[in-house]
Design a binder for this molecule. Structure first.
Ligand SMILES: [Cu+2]
Length: 152
């Protein structure tokens, strides 16, 4: 068990099919979308699994695909309108639990896209966790995916 754990540490980040795994954090079903061919902003969504016994937290994100990349959520403002807001503290990923980034809720926000996003391409994204550290993932751009939640 100890040997296996050490080996995992040495290997660091490795990819399992569509997911990425590091430091007990597993990223699953990640996709990104913008709202049109000329869109200057986009967002990424995914499931974040914490397979450790300690709470972790996604504290920041970075990418070369946009001028500004932030953790965002949607909150209802005083006039009852849903608005996006930067979340500087990031998102808790509970021990042996998961946190979902989804449309109309918590998401990774890209503002000032370097190039318009095209369906079928992918973007690189670095997720920074309090405990697990940095995890680099490739996120497929999916402009056709439907979601029940309100569009971004
Ligand atoms: Cu946003």
């Amino acid at each position: 068990m100890t040997i296996l754990k050490n080996l995992t540490n040495v290997l660091g980040i490795f990819l399992i099919s569509n997911g990425a795994f590091a430091g007990g954090i597993m990223i699953d079903d990640a996709y990104a979308r913008s709202s049109g061919k000329m869109a200057k902003a986009g967002a990424a969504f995914m499931m974040i699994h914490n397979q450790t016994d300690i709470d972790d937290r996604l504290i920041s994100v970075s990418s070369e695909n946009a001028k500004i990349v932030q953790l965002h959520t949607h909150l209802k403002s005083d006039d009852g309108v849903m608005k996006m807001r930067h979340v500087p503290d990031g998102f808790l990923v509970p021990a042996n639990g998961m946190h979902m980034l989804s449309r109309g809720k918590d998401h990774v926000m890209f503002m000032g896209l370097m190039d318009p996003w095209k369906h079928g391409q992918s973007i690189s994204l670095t997720l920074v966790f309090e405990n697990a550290g940095e995890i680099d993932i490739q996120v497929d751009i999916d402009l056709e995916r439907k979601d029940k939640a309100q569009d971004h």
